[in-house]
Design a protein around this ligand. Structure first.
Ligand code: GCB
Length: 641
């Protein structure tokens, strides 16, 4: 409705543009437009409004809430709605039926029809699907409860509960009070609990609902397992009364002798505060003063910067210090740019030898969440010869980017805007934008992260182009230091099926032109690769974000037999030859490092619920194609000159 109204206003504006009276009316219409925009944003952002994310929760002092939690499976959301289907948390007196009250019968006649303490336990972090057989296919609500005592270190300190991720729709309650809602399954969020926390007997109750929704991000249809629950770490963070809420510290993209960024404090006494930025290895110790809103921007020049790179992933210790708070981070400084069809890391052309990765544990079953999971996945990528990984199709846990920073692996991070999103739905856009905000906020200080990807294989239309362009503009505004991309699709060039091209107007918006292609798997047999040529008109670096074929590890046969390791191997051989002829090619990330679970993949004895396009099986065995790619990467130098 709003879109129609503003369109009307803007049309009128256009029409009136030439007249004198128009200038007067225009001014007022523009005001009306700004007012309506502000009103609209404020109404719709309510459902996504988050408390500001605590930067660098990874390194802060914290008390872990990981471990055993009590849980109740609640498919009818009986603990959330009363029998008139009104949410308990909207009632003045929610009563004992509301699960977040954690009620217990007060006498022998009292009626309470649930009991967390007598219910089963589950581990956090961890998806529920692979922990409890009865929940393997479950999509719905599960309630979690953790009780704890808490001794505050300093009376004036503030306490936050921080969730690294919870899939998908989360309602959080603490000691019987609602803290808030979070939507999106792969990014962190936090709530302040200072005024509610007690020394003894606190209870944190979390309702997690992983039902897929058409208007969700992602939407109903994907090709991965919809793992539900508190899938990543949960912790309590104690901060000083006025603390460092946020900082962005990166190399100035226009001057590689300059470190640039901004800092924001949070608290009631944050204006005119002195904040030091200290980088001992560069001899930097500079003081800045905050403005009215507790913020400042800064530039610090240094001619001695050792640049972070794939061969030398050097991280500086950076400390941000106020008279109340001190926070340390390990930050690498590097530049990433494009020039014509080249990608330049610290001014030098680099070829991205990549692989795509889903966030599944190579050690246990289910969602990956631990440092050991990240180590195994990235170590395999290294063994393959990669200098780059595509973390598909949603933000992965923070261990991945922290480790990539240390190992010198470049990273593509992706927003879960996948396939057929509800492009016309404003709430869907705000949801996608919010998830993008959260991943950029979390990872904006990581040198390894060079690409923000907006979407994967989305069908072109005006509404989709507008949606993605708005997201790209938003990402650029938040972070001007990284490159924007999206995994697009290819098509025939002028109806000629032997020539392939990228015909997508979003290609004009991105910095890097990426696309998925499945010649030899969904598109003909492997032989077909020999007859295809590529005509890419955009003068941009090209990345092939996916290609691949399914193979069941240990299944052998001739190279034309589907599902054999030989078929997959042959596809890699022919695809590598074919794409080597693409002039602007600057790298690729084949699909995929490890076989992963997908409910779409039902073929008995071959798939059994797994997408088999991995170069490694789910139990860690390498397939033949692994070695083809390894050999290719070994022979390929670091650039494509
Ligand atoms: C794709 C998708 C990816 C799928 C893959 C496949 O194009 O981007 O999510 O898993 O193909 O295996 O079909």
């Amino acid at each position: 409705m709003y879109v129609k109204l503003t369109n009307f206003v803007l049309l009128l504006f256009d029409y009136l543009n030439n007249s004198y009276i128009a200038i007067y009316i225009n001014k007022h219409l523009m005001k009306l437009h700004h007012f309506l925009t502000a009103l609209f944003i404020s109404i719709f952002s309510v459902s996504f409004a988050q408390e500001n994310l605590l930067i660098n929760a990874y390194n802060r002092e914290s008390k872990s809430l990981n471990g055993s939690w009590k849980y109740i499976v609640d498919p009818y959301e009986n603990g959330y709605y009363n029998y008139r289907y009104e949410p308990f948390d909207k009632q003045e007196n929610p009563g004992k039926g509301a699960f977040f009250m954690n009620a217990k019968p007060e006498n022998k006649s009292d009626l309470v029809e649930y009991n967390f303490d007598k219910s089963d336990s589950i581990s956090v972090p961890g998806d529920w699907n692979t922990q409890k057989e009865k929940l393997f296919y479950y999509e719905g609500t599960v309630w979690y409860k953790k009780s704890f005592d808490y001794q505050i270190t300093n009376k004036s300190n503030r306490i936050f509960v921080y969730f690294e991720a919870s899939n998908y729709h989360t309602e959080v309650y603490f000691n019987g009070k609602k803290l808030g809602t979070h939507i999106g399954g792969f990014t962190p969020f936090n709530f302040e609990i200072t005024s509610l926390v007690k020394e003894k007997g606190n209870f944190l109750i979390v309702k997690v609902d992983n039902k897929r929704k058409k208007e969700g991000v992602p939407t109903l249809n994907t090709d991965w397992w919809n793992y539900g629950g508190l899938t990543r770490d949960v912790k309590l963070i104690e901060a000083s009364e006025n603390f460092v809420q946020d900082y962005f510290i990166q190399l100035d993209p226009n001057n590689n002798n300059m470190i640039k960024g901004h800092v924001a404090l949070n608290g009631n006494n944050i204006k005119d505060k002195t904040v030091q930025i200290i980088i001992p290895e560069l001899g930097i110790n500079k003081a800045f003063v905050t403005d009215e809103s507790g913020k400042f921007s800064f530039e610090i020049s240094s001619k001695k910067i050792q640049y972070w790179s794939v061969d030398n992933p050097f991280l500086y210790n950076v400390t941000i210090k106020t008279d109340e708070d001190i926070i340390a981070d390990q930050i690498g400084f590097r530049s990433i740019k494009t020039e014509g069809s080249k990608i330049l890391l610290n001014g030098e052309n680099i070829f991205l030898k990549g692989i795509s990765i889903h966030e599944e544990s190579p050690i246990r079953e289910g969602r990956a969440y631990s440092e050991e999971d990240a180590e195994q996945l990235l170590q395999w990528a290294k063994e393959l010869g990669c200098n780059y990984v595509r973390l598909a199709h949603y933000p992965h846990n923070e261990h991945m980017v922290r480790l990539a920073d240390k190992m010198g692996i470049l990273v593509w991070e992706e927003n879960p805007v996948y396939w057929t999103i509800s492009w016309e739905n404003e709430a869907t856009f705000l949801n996608a934008q919010n998830q993008l905000n959260e991943v950029i906020n979390r990872d904006k200080n990581r040198a390894s992260v060079i690409i923000w990807s907006m979407a994967n294989e989305t069908p072109t239309s005006d509404a989709r182009n507008l949606f993605l362009t708005k997201l790209a503009n938003h990402a650029r505004q938040l972070d001007p230091t990284r490159l924007i991309s999206a995994a697009l699709e290819q098509s025939n060039y002028k109806d000629n099926p032997n020539i392939r091209t990228i015909d997508d107007s979003f290609a004009d918006v991105v910095d890097i032109l990426s696309f998925n292609q499945y010649l030899g798997w969904y598109d003909g047999l492997v032989e077909k690769c020999k007859s295809i040529s590529w005509k890419i008109d955009q003068n941009k670096p090209v990345l092939i974000s996916e290609f691949g074929a399914g193979a069941k590890q240990g299944l052998h046969g001739d190279k034309e037999a589907r599902w054999t390791e030989e078929y997959q191997e042959y596809l890699y051989i022919e695809t590598l030859k074919m794409i080597d002829n693409i002039e602007q090619l600057q790298g690729f990330s084949p699909w995929i490092l490890v076989d992963f679970r997908s409910p779409r993949r039902v073929l008995p004895e071959i798939q059994d619920g797994w997408n088999r396009k991995g170069l490694i099986s789910e139990d860690g065995k390498k397939k033949k194609a692994f070695f083809i790619l390894q050999d290719y990467y070994e022979k390929k130098g670091s650039s494509n000159n």
